[in-house]
Design a binder for this molecule. Structure first.
Ligand code: URA
Length: 466
């Protein structure tokens, strides 16, 4: 038996170094015990060789996608995560394409863990609430309590530092606390909910703010409740009011409209989270495509849209404009949605891959199809967009979009024209990509396919609100 000790539950570097050493020495996964913190006194005293083989530089190269996956999985609450990752690493030596095999049960399990971690990271960003208190020197400090499901607090530290750089704040969680004094970030021990302020003026501000905007004409109650799992309600002052609000909302509706114009809305809150996400995506380096593209082309449209459209990737013109579907395919798209009575201003439009992939031919940039690794790397963004917008219906335009949404390869001809269920409860509708129509040489066929495309869009639209 070998024992690998990691200093913290999210200690990716220690896991990677130990795992590299074990893999280079071909230590079978069953022979490794992974633990966080010091070993219980004599548990391994007689049975364990605690010498971790040192990493052997250059002997093991693994796909970048595996390292990205491992970085997320290490933060999962799942106690087996280190062992599962090492098993995958050990297999990778003989099965170099393992990580692309999404049907493999181990790969699937790791992907689910990574997805749950990413979701938790996002939840912390979207739902954490600060309450104002006075520090010893009388200055304001903002304190928040948050209970993550996974070990994601450190991974979110930079986000909060960037977002609230000019405030002094503390984030308390059961595992650790983060403190920012405007210049330096420090870490402290875990805390209890009682350590965080409660019922202070900031809380009152939040309550008033939510009570005044809780107007069913502007906020979808169902969407709000879906978006905030019950687990979070207990820490959110505004959600303490949800029951009352639902009961009273109808009666107060007319009187509240003027107030709600001034007050920020739940929609504004989601819009702020969306803007933060878009800003983050602008600096995306999750795959190599950012190196040659002009910019990240993020999704656009209302954050409370009931319909979302997902294309493949920005084209030449989108890359320059920074807006999806503005080039030739965008014109076909605009014509088709108009024919299906869909208002582009009311829908959210995005792409599976956010950077333009092309081959340079002289001065021309010729579209190149994104590969599976690029689609997978970019899925992070589309999942976040989905989580924020929560569309009832998502239309995948073409095979790349369908693959990104469903996580598997689909045949458009087989799947178009019917609803598929997405994990978040929304519906996916699959249809062709507008550029498919552009490529058809025969005008009669082009017209017939356009009509079919519009029929698909009409069906998807009819599913909204159904
Ligand atoms: N094709 C796409 O898939 N998306 C765009 O934004 C433009 C062309």
């Amino acid at each position: 038996m070998r024992l690998a000790t990691l200093s913290a539950p999210d200690d990716f570097d220690a896991w990677r170094d130990a795992a590299r050493g074990f893999a280079a020495a071909d230590v079978p996964p069953d022979d490794v015990v992974w633990q966080v913190g010091a070993a219980p006194a004599d548990l391994f005293a007689t049975t364990t060789d605690t010498t971790v083989p040192p990493p052997v530089p250059g002997t093991l190269s693994v796909p970048r996608a595996f390292l990205d996956l491992a970085r997320s999985v290490v933060m999962a609450a799942e106690p087996e995560r280190f062992a599962l990752l090492y098993t995958a690493l050990h297999r990778l030596r003989r099965e170099p394409k393992l990580i692309e095999d999404h049907a493999d049960p181990l790969v699937r399990r790791l992907e689910v863990l990574a997805k749950n971690v990413r979701r938790d990271i996002h939840k912390m960003r979207a739902f954490l609430r600060f309450r104002e208190v006075a520090d010893d020197d009388g200055a304001s400090r903002y304190v928040a309590w948050f209970e993550p499901e996974h070990h994601i607090v450190r991974a979110n530290a930079a986000f909060f530092v960037n977002r609230f750089a000019s405030m002094r704040w503390s984030i308390l969680t059961p595992e650790l606390s983060l403190h920012w004094d405007g210049a330096m970030l420090s870490e402290g021990p875990g805390a209890a909910k009682g350590d965080a302020p409660d019922g202070d003026p900031t809380e009152e501000v939040w309550k008033t703010y939510y009570a005044s905007i809780f107007n069913p004409a502007r906020v979808k109650i169902g969407a709000m409740l879906k978006e905030m799992p019950r687990k979070y309600w207990k820490n959110m002052p505004e959600t303490a009011l949800v029951g009352q609000l639902i009961a009273g909302a109808q009666a107060r509706e007319s009187g509240m409209i003027s107030q709600s114009r001034e007050a920020p809305t739940i929609g504004d809150n989601v819009a702020a989270a969306w803007a933060a996400l878009r800003d983050e995506a602008a600096a995306c380096t999750r795959c190599h495509l950012y190196k040659h593209a002009t910019q990240t082309v993020f999704g656009e449209g209302p954050v409370d849209a009931a319909m979302m459209f997902v294309g493949e990737q920005p084209g030449d013109q989108e890359d320059l404009a920074g807006t999806p579907f503005v080039g030739p395919a965008g014109q076909v798209f605009n014509r088709a949605i108009a024919a299906a009575a869909i208002d582009r201003g009311q829908v959210y439009v995005t792409n599976a891959v956010k950077h333009f992939k092309f081959e340079a031919r002289g001065k021309r940039r010729i579209h190149a199809k994104p590969d599976t690794g690029e689609i997978e790397a970019c899925r992070w963004w589309i999942e976040q967009e989905q989580m924020l917008v929560r569309p009832q219906v998502t239309v995948a335009l073409g095979a790349t979009a369908a693959r990104s949404l469903l996580g598997r390869t689909v045949t458009i001809g087989k799947e178009r024209g019917r609803a598929l269920r997405l994990p978040d409860g929304g519906e996916a509708w699959i249809t062709v990509h507008p550029s498919y129509l552009l490529r058809l040489p025969d005008p009669a066929q082009k017209e017939a396919e356009f009509v079919r495309f519009v029929e698909d869009l009409k069906l998807a639209k009819a599913a909204v609100g159904g």
